[in-house]
Design a protein around this ligand. Structure first.
Ligand code: NAD
Length: 476
C-alpha cells in the first residue's frame, strides 16, 4: 500500500523510529515535574493556542487524505491501544482513586471493539427528472473536546476514533483530575496515527488544564465545533459558547421493577449494572423503584447477590451526610469508591464480597433525586406501576439520559419508555447493555441527551453538504 508516494511499511518504520527518539527526550512543553513517557510527547502542549494551531495545520493535511486512510488510521488506534488497555485502566484508578481496574479493562476493550469508524458516514442521494443531488458529509475542521475524570482514557480513545473518522482533528482539554491518564491515551493515539501514516498533530492535548484554557478553546476562531462529556457545568459552558456544540451530560438512571419478572434475575442485573466500575458510568443504575408487595423478595435477592442492607435510620442519615454533604453534589472522596471502603468510613466492617450498599428510602430522599456515582443504591416502594412510572420520570428529572425497566408486561415497558424520554432505555438487563455490552448495537463514550445526538458517532462530527448536477447523470 502507498501513502503520499511512500510504501506504508517504510513510512510506519520511519515514524516509529522517530517516535522512539522523541519519547526518550525530555518534554519541552509539559510542565510536569518529572517528565516521562506517560506525559512527554509532541502532542501535549502547555499553551492552548499552540495546541489549536498544531491541530489546525494537521487537519489541513488530513483533509486531502482518503476515506481508506481514515479507516487505516482508526484501525491502527484500535490495534495499538488494545496492547495498552491494562496500563491505562491501572493508571486511571491510580490517578483518580475511582473505579476498579478489571471493569476499566473491560470498558477499554469494549470501546476499542465496538466504536464504529467511517462506516457511519452514509451519504444520501436524490435522483429525478432534474438530475442528481448528493448529500455528502464533510469534516467540521478542528474539534475542541472536554473529557471527564470518571471515564478519562476511554473517552479520549472513543472521541479520537469518531472525530478522526469524520475527517477532523481534535484538541482535548482533559479533566484536571485525570490529566496524566488522559494525556497518556492521547500520546498512544498519536503513536497509532503516526504508524498508519497520518499527519503529526491530529490529536493534541494540553497539560495543566484550567477553566481559562478551556475558555480560550471556546472562543478560538480555529475551533469549529465543541464536544463536552461531563457534568451539567461543562455542558452549559459549551452550549453558551456560540459555537456548534454537542453536550453529553449527567444522568440519574432509575430502575423500575414490577411483579411480572424473575426477581432474582432482576436483582442480579441491577447489581451487576450498578456496581460496574463502582457506579462511575453515567448510565449505571442510581436508584430502584419497586412494587411494594415484591420489595422484600427483591431486597433478599439483592442481598444474596452482594448487597449490604442498611436498616438503621441513624446510619442511613450519617451515610447520606457523608457522601452528599450539601444534599446535591456527591463528595469527590466517595465518588467511584467501593462499597466496602464507604462502609469502613462509617465504621462498618463488611464482608469483602460486598458490592453495593442498599437501603429503603422515601421518594424525596436526596440520594434518590441526585446522581451519586458510587455503589450506594436507595430503594423506594410504590403501590402500583403507574405511581412507579411517575416517580421514575421525576427521578430522571428531564436529564434525557438513561432509564431501566424490569417487567414482562409490554404495556408497562411501553408506557415507561414513552414517558421517561431518555436517550437509553434498557428493558430486562443491566444498564451497560444500553451501551452495547450484552445488548445489540455500537458503543460510545459520549451520550448526548441534552443536544439530542444520542450515542454519538463519526456522523455527528460532520457537516452535511449538497452537491447538485442539473438535468443529467441519472441512468433511468
Ligand atoms: P466534570 O463535569 O467535572 O468535568 C468535565 C470536563 O469539563 C473537565 O475537563 C472539566 O475540567 C471541565 N469543566 C467543567 N466545568 C467547566 C466549565 N464551566 N467550563 C469549562 N470547563 C469545565 O466531569 P466529571 O465530574 O469528571 O464527570 C462526571 C460527570 O460527567 C457525571 O455527571 C457523569 O454523569 C457525566 N458523564 C456523562 C457522560 C455522557 O456521555 N453523557 C459520560 C461520562 C460522564
Amino acid at each position: 500500500m502507498e501513502v503520499n508516494g511512500k510504501k506504508f511499511e517504510q513510512l510506519a518504520a520511519l515514524v516509529s523510529e522517530k517516535l522512539a527518539k522523541e519519547l526518550q527526550r525530555p518534554c519541552e512543553t509539559c510542565q510536569c515535574e518529572t517528565p516521562d513517557a506517560a506525559t512527554s510527547s509532541a502532542c501535549i502542549f502547555a499553551s492552548m493556542e499552540e495546541a489549536i494551531e498544531t491541530a489546525y495545520k494537521a487537519q489541513k493535511k488530513f483533509s486531502v487524505m482518503t476515506l481508506e486512510d481514515r479507516r487505516r488510521i482508526t484501525d491502527s488506534i484500535v490495534s495499538h491501544l488494545m496492547t495498552h488497555v491494562r496500563e491505562l485502566a491501572q493508571m486511571g484508578v491510580d490517578e483518580t482513586g475511582m473505579g476498579n481496574v478489571e471493569d476499566k479493562v473491560f470498558k477499554h476493550k469494549m470501546i476499542l471493539q465496538k466504536t464504529p469508524s467511517v462506516e457511519m458516514l452514509k451519504p444520501e442521494v436524490f435522483t429525478g427528472d432534474h438530475g442528481v443531488t448528493l448529500i455528502e458529509m464533510s469534516p467540521f475542521g478542528v474539534i475542541g473536546a472536554l473529557t471527564p475524570s470518571t471515564n478519562p482514557s476511554e473517552t479520549i480513545i472513543n472521541n479520537s476514533i469518531i472525530m478522526l473518522a469524520a475527517g477532523n482533528s481534535v484538541v482535548f482539554c482533559p479533566h484536571p483530575g485525570a490529566c496524566k491518564t488522559s494525556n497518556r491515551a492521547v500520546t498512544l493515539v498519536n503513536e497509532a496515527v503516526a504508524a498508519a501514516g497520518g499527519p503529526e498533530g491530529l490529536v493534541v492535548s494540553i497539560d495543566n488544564p484550567t477553566m481559562d484554557k478551556s475558555q480560550i478553546m471556546f472562543k478560538h476562531k480555529k475551533i469549529s465545533m465543541l464536544c463536552a462529556t461531563g457534568g451539567p457545568g461543562v455542558v452549559q459552558a459549551v452550549l453558551s459558547s456560540g459555537k456548534k456544540a454537542i453536550g453529553a451530560g449527567a444522568g440519574n438512571p432509575p430502575v423500575l421493577v414490577d411483579d411480572t419478572v424473575d426477581l432474582n434475575k432482576a436483582a442480579k442485573d441491577i447489581i451487576d449494572g450498578c456496581t460496574f466500575d463502582n457506579n462511575l458510568p453515567c448510565i449505571a443504575e442510581k436508584s430502584v423503584v419497586v412494587l411494594d408487595h415484591v420489595g422484600d423478595k427483591l431486597i433478599e435477592d439483592m442481598r444474596r447477590n452482594g448487597a449490604y442492607l442498611l436498616t438503621d435510620e441513624e446510619t442511613i442519615s450519617r451515610l447520606t451526610k457523608m457522601v452528599l454533604p450539601d444534599g446535591e453534589t456527591p463528595s469527590r472522596e466517595f465518588v467511584g469508591r467501593s462499597a466496602v471502603n464507604i462502609l469502613a468510613k462509617l465504621n462498618i466492617t463488611a464482608p469483602p464480597t460486598t458490592r453495593v450498599i442498599i437501603f429503603e428510602a422515601q421518594p424525596e430522599h436526596p440520594l434518590v433525586m441526585n446522581e451519586q456515582l458510587m455503589p450506594v443504591l436507595p430503594i423506594v416502594r410504590v403501590s402500583d406501576v403507574h405511581k412507579g412510572i411517575d416517580l421514575c420520570c421525576e427521578i430522571e428529572g428531564g436529564r434525557r439520559h438513561s432509564a431501566i425497566c424490569h417487567s414482562n408486561d409490554v404495556n408497562v415497558l411501553s408506557e415507561y419508555g414513552r414517558r421517561v424520554q431518555t436517550t437509553i432505555f434498557v428493558k430486562n438487563g443491566p444498564s451497560f447493555a444500553g451501551s452495547g455490552a450484552g445488548g445489540e448495537g455500537y458503543t460510545t463514550a459520549t451520550i448526548a441527551g441534552p443536544t439530542g445526538e444520542g450515542l454519538v458517532t463519526a456522523a455527528n462530527f460532520t457537516r452535511k453538504r449538497r452537491c447538485v448536477m442539473v438535468d443529467s447523470f441519472y441512468i433511468r
